[in-house]
Design a protein around this ligand. Sequence first.
Ligand code: KG4
Ligand code: ZN
Length: 372
Amino acid sequence: MSERLLLAIESSCDESAVALIRGGREVIAERVASQTAIHAPFGGVIPEVAARAHHEWLPRLLNEVLQEAEGLGIASTIEGVALTTGPGLVGSLLVGAGIGSAWAWARGLPVLPVNHLEGHLRAAWLREAADVDAPTLPAIGLVVSGGHTLLVRIERDGTVQRLGGTIDDAAGEAFDKIARLLGAPYPGGAALSALAAKAPRGARITPLPIAKTEQPYDFSFSGVKTAAIRQALVASGLNDRSPGRAATLTRQFAEYPLPEEGAIAIAAATEQAIVGALRAGVQRALRANPDCSLIVGGGVAANGPLRSALASVATEEHRVLVVPPMKWCTDNAAMIGAAGDALLRDERGSYQEPSAGLEVHAQWRIGSAVPA
Ligand code: KG4
Ligand code: ZN
């Protein structure tokens, strides 16, 4: 196994992160600064505010990681700098890519562009203890986060084939939007799940419909949101009003709060619908790919019922499931270092001169070399 030492920077959304990775699996040092508290009052990430926060925080985080590297006497052995260059918020990506490129240039080191989604998948290779086995390939990979819902097949040589993904809202986005309706602050996925857990055992949950998609591995979650809104309107006695815009609804629900049992029932139905759809998609993919193990990444992988559902699907289909520890499911730089190492090892990516200027991409379909 390669023992290459990579510095990695992640800044695609609202986490500023820097890490030092050896051999693609060992995290030597890492820092993650979440901007959640800054964006929470707005109910979502404000791109301009996110870029400024990255600009303020990344140099500090970089300095701290490098100080650790110097303390270990390994700073001079860093081989290159892996940088998230998409998909994500362009301003945020530019700040991370700019700071990373400037540092690399000053040290005479090359830079390596990394796809953020490839990072989420490669988080499954990071290890906390020396004896943790790496996932086996080929594998079916599921990425479920606030911005993405993606199902892929990863080949033995590391190439990634996109099987499907959401055609509208991401799974985390659906959790967050419905959580907001139920009065939880952004991002509300975990709060919604906690509310759903209050549903009495065996309680009858009115199911929320999951729209059928044309492609077998695609998902659609916007219908869940609409159905949840309708249930909420009924539960709060506002059923004679047609659903208005999100802001109007939030105001309405602030004025006519849902009774707690209503909120619990909607939270439980939401979680059941989203988890059920993800489970079904993963099971379809595993059945069509009998040679594959299963890996999962992204912030929604923190969801307890989803973890249980995927564990049960893996058992049913006799597959090995690897879910990274929570700190590497949410956005972090260690996963970018792991992906960068895999790209170099598999010769799917190559170093670039930092002085040539890195392009960043709001959209970058996983598995394609050229952003499209
Ligand atoms: O991967 P991540 O940290 O950021 C993005 O790249 O989007 O994922 C954040 C998402 C948010 O939508 C958040 O509500 C969701 O993950 N999330 C959860 C849970 N914990 C975090 N969703 C459902 N249940 C949870 N326990
Ligand atoms: Zn992410």
